[in-house]
Design a protein around this ligand. Structure first.
Ligand code: ARG
Length: 265
């Protein structure tokens, strides 16, 4: 009996501690800290570098935005599918994750001006019978298409399945890397994902390639809660300056070498 009481007391103490940590993380109300919700699984936009630090285009751009606003950036890493909802609820100030502006997301969050273009592409194994996007829409096709959960690739393809436009199936993964692993293991037939991470996954995995045909074109932007219109204006202002003075392009060039450089390398 005593033991049970002890266990209960300990559990309660632990719970309270966890709740406290949770409070600290949530909407800290600290005007000097800009909290960034991201999913650091999406190179070159956001990833964890060899030293274990957050790196990538979004992380650096967010850092410069924070600097312009006189704030310190605090990166909060989470699953991609939590970003929009947690920013919408005000838990974090901004969401930046190679995040595509979409009608559906605009219902719950605001977006800044776009700062980059995204292209959805298909990764296959070399020698795959899938040679164009159309193959996924051919009569009777039964390919398994891997996507990262809640990404636009997931939403587009799942919608096409629901609408009867394709007889292929979709497999949702926690990250793009997990989907690529499943492709390597032969569990799925292709991965539908944004072009730049696709390039970096293909580079890191022998025997994979990106199809020449594009699946969709999109705009990336930063999301903020609908309530936070004051911050939206400030972030947009900072972003405009970074675009105008070429700082944003400098960061992009650092992470995405021009095709000619790549060819030369
Ligand atoms: N652009 C796609 C979307 O907005 C994929 C973004 C995935 N980003 C990430 N950090 N995993 O749905």
């Amino acid at each position: 009996m005593k033991n049970i009481k002890k266990i209960l007391a300990c559990s309660l103490a632990l719970l309270m501690l966890l709740v406290c940590i949770g409070c600290n993380n949530a909407d800290n109300g600290d005007k000097n800290v800009l909290t960034l919700a991201t999913s650091a699984d999406f190179p070159p936009y956001e990833f964890v570098d060899e030293e274990g630090n957050y790196a990538g285009i979004d992380i650096e751009v967010a850092g410069l935005i924070a600097e312009k606003l006189g704030m310190t950036l605090q990166v909060e890493n989470m699953d991609f599918n939590s970003i929009v909802t947690s920013v919408a609820s005000g838990k974090y100030d901004i969401g930046m994750a190679g995040l595509t502006v979409s009608e559906e997301r605009l219902e719950s969050v605001n977006f800044t001006d776009s700062y980059a273009k995204g292209v959805q592409v298909i990764i296959v194994k070399e020698g795959s019978p899938i040679t164009t996007v159309d193959d996924l829409y051919a009569t009777g096709a039964t390919y398994k298409v891997g996507v990262q959960l809640s990404t636009t690739g997931d939403i587009y393809f799942s919608t096409d399945i629901d609408d009867g436009k394709t007889t292929c199936t979709v497999e949702q993964f926690k990250s793009g890397a997990d989907a690529v692993l499943a492709l390597n293991n032969g569990q799925i037939d292709c991965v539908l994902i944004d072009n730049e991470p696709a390039k970096s996954f293909v580079k890191a995995n022998a025997g994979l390639k990106i199809l020449d045909t594009e699946y969709a074109n999109e705009d990336y932007a930063i999301c903020l809660s609908k309530e936070n219109t004051e911050l939206l204006e400030k972030v947009n202002g900072a972003l405009k300056e970074l675009i105008a003075d070429g700082k944003l392009q400098e960061i992009v060039d650092k992470y995405i070498p021009a095709e000619s450089d790549e060819a030369a390398a």
